[in-house]
Design a binder for this molecule. Structure first.
Ligand SMILES: Cc1ncc(COP(=O)(O)O)c(C=O)c1O
Length: 395
């Protein structure tokens, strides 16, 4: 059966398909070490799970308002006030089925066909496909090779009368880079001067290291009314399967997103909403322990990768990924098998060394590989030894 043109343009998620392949190989009995995970490997904290059980026992299992319960919206509003100093009314907040869903609704609500959407490279895979679905025109912004961040001059060069939106991901998936306050201020000034809108995906804001501070671009004067803040509980509270994300922004955009939700998903799962409310109102120590563990793993993986000849990467100060430049290995071969691009390299790594990672091309950057350290130190040691061994046999 023929499918609509709309979906023919959409690529499957490279990150999800690599993870699925690694899982399938593991099921076949292969000892695969996966560095492809986009989710914390910790369990959801007990207090959150217990709240969900309570919600079921109390019969909190019916429809809720489409945009989320009043209680969860209040918890989100308080969180934004406490942590960012921003005050949002309930009508300026919407709860969705994961941050991915919030992003989808925000992009669909803001982007007219042909509108230009600025997308700093490397970008999280989903942004590009969502822009395409909204019939927007993605405009890629090239990063500086050493820092993998986009300079303000690069953004200025890309502006045209059709520029509408910029998608900011801070901290970044795949690089882990955190924007400096000064850079954000420059960007905020430009956005105001050129009357643009920012979608600010802050889902990794709490997973930061080396004293990095994540400042929301919405906090700069005059920016709250130009920013849709996207966030959620998936990464911070290890709740990826619960599917709760949210957006905060100008009322007319949030209401438009609500209309989309009214006729697509209705409310996010009632039980998950209760769990998310618990997460957002619980003791921050829950998150602190997880961040400390991630930090140990980050240092371990950085140590291994820095010992691999000719491989470079910007020090990740957020999220749980390292985006490493392997371009000096392209054009080589492994036991006679050619390595022409990052996809071939990840395939060979999976088949020959039983390690899964994501090709940089999925994030718009050829020659790079993304490694997730959301796995045990034992796995990092074992997998990184395999990687070292693999590269030593490339010629
Ligand atoms: C940058 C970024 N934004 C959003 C999401 C989606 O999060 P959620 O699980 O809440 O949909 C992810 C998940 O990988 C992500 O990496």
């Amino acid at each position: 059966m023929q499918t609509a043109e709309r979906v023919k343009k959409i690529e499957p998620s490279a990150t999800l398909s690599i993870s699925a392949r690694a899982t399938a190989l593991k099921k076949e009995g292969k000892d695969v070490i996966s560095f492809s995970a986009g989710e914390p490997d910790f369990d959801t904290p007990l207090v959150i799970k217990e709240e969900a059980k309570r919600a079921i026992d109390e019969g909190f299992t019916k429809y809720t308002p489409t945009s989320g319960t009043a209680e969860l919206k209040e918890a989100i509003s308080k969180k934004l006030e406490r942590e960012n100093g921003l005050f949002y009314l309930p009508q300026e907040i919407i709860v969705s089925c994961g941050a991915k869903h919030s992003l989808f609704n925000a992009i669909l609500s803001l982007c007219n066909p042909g509108d230009e959407v600025l997308l700093p490279k490397p970008y999280w895979v989903t942004y590009l496909e969502q822009i395409k679905l909204a019939e927007g025109k993605p405009i890629f912004l090239e990063p500086s090779p050493s820092t993998l961040t986009v300079k303000i001059e690069e953004i200025k060069k890309a502006l045209t009368p059709r520029t509408r939106l910029l998608i900011l991901n801070n901290p970044s998936n795949p690089t882990g880079v955190v924007w400096e306050e000064e850079e954000l201020k420059e960007l905020a000034d430009l956005v105001k001067e050129r009357d643009l809108i920012i979608i600010s995906d802050e889902i990794y804001e709490h997973l930061v290291y080396d004293g990095a501070q994540v400042k929301s671009i919405a906090t700069f004067p005059g920016m709250k009314e130009r920013t849709i803040v996207i966030n959620g509980v998936s990464k911070t509270f290890s709740m990826t399967g619960w599917r709760i994300g949210y957006a905060a922004g100008p009322r007319e955009v949030i209401e438009a997103m609500g209309r989309l939700q009214d006729h697509s998903t209705s409310n996010p799962t009632s039980i998950s909403q209760r769990a998310a409310e618990k997460a957002l109102t619980s003791d921050p120590v829950l998150v602190k322990e997880m961040v400390e563990k991630f930090n140990e793993r980050r240092k371990l993986m950085m140590q291994y990768l820095s010992e691999i000849p000719s491989v470079t990467f910007p020090t990740p100060r957020g999220a749980f990924y390292i985006f490493a430049n392997f371009s000096s290995y392209l054009g080589k071969n492994y036991k006679g098998k050619p390595i022409n691009d990052s996809l071939q390299l990840t395939e060979l790594l999976l088949e020959e060394a039983q390690i899964a990672c994501v090709p940089g091309i999925a994030f718009g950057m050829e020659g790079y590989l993304r490694f997730s350290y959301a796995t045990s130190e034992k796995n990092i040691e074992k997998g990184m030894e395999r990687l070292k061994n693999f590269v030593s046999q490339t010629i």
